[in-house]
Design a protein around this ligand. Sequence first.
Ligand SMILES: [Zn+2]
Length: 274
Amino acid sequence: MRFSIIPSFLCIVFVFSFLPCVVFAADAKDPFFEVTSEHFRARHTIESEREMMQGVLRHAEEYYVRVAHDIGYSRYEDFWTWDRRVVIILYPDQYAFARFTGSPVWSKGYASRDARVFRERTIVSYGGQENFVDEVLPHEIAHLMLWDYLRTPRAVPVWFEEGVAQLQEAGKIDKVQEALRPVVVQGNYIPLSSLQLMTITGEKDNVKVSLFYAQSLSIVVFLIQKYGLDAFHCLCRELRDGMSFELALTHAYPSLVESLDMLEKRWVKYFSEQ
Ligand SMILES: [Zn+2]
């Protein structure tokens, strides 16, 4: 079943709590220009995009605070400052982005903390996407913060991570829930036992990719809306401390969601009650 999740634009109120400083790359061999904020360093290839990149940094700082709040990352202030700033690289177009990162054609952004690819925590994407600031950027920041918070190696299922990442995208929740409702009601969703094992990298079936992402977000939204942020923080904390996902569920939601099977049943019921 095909359903589309249309990107939306949300006007976000800026908080000008910092002034980005501007540093241009002096090295002629370096094709990038650079602007920095407290926790981020943005590198771009088109000089005239400087102001736009400063706006990107202002949004990035807001997302940094919001993601920390959502996952209960209370000591986040100490991370990503000075030489540990997260690097945001914007390539001029999708071709250059895909060529450099090897990302699949449906991918619009990429986050890495892999030292083999980049030396620092890095978010890579490309310019000209109208949804970069509202969707791609908060999504990738959430990935990096989750990785920092949950540490590696970790036993967190990919869907959970993707659900938290999509939670940050402007206007996405309502569209996903609406598109997913008939799929869930008709029983055409991916069983949670299968979702739990799925890794989406390399997947070429667009419908399957869409469903995977939609369910990922929907289940995270269900946990937060139905049982509150405190219990969700508890779940994240138990995962951070190395607990398996199913065991962490029983700790965070005692007698409510004590297994994957129960999570699936309650999530489906939640849809039928809407
Ligand atoms: Zn993602």
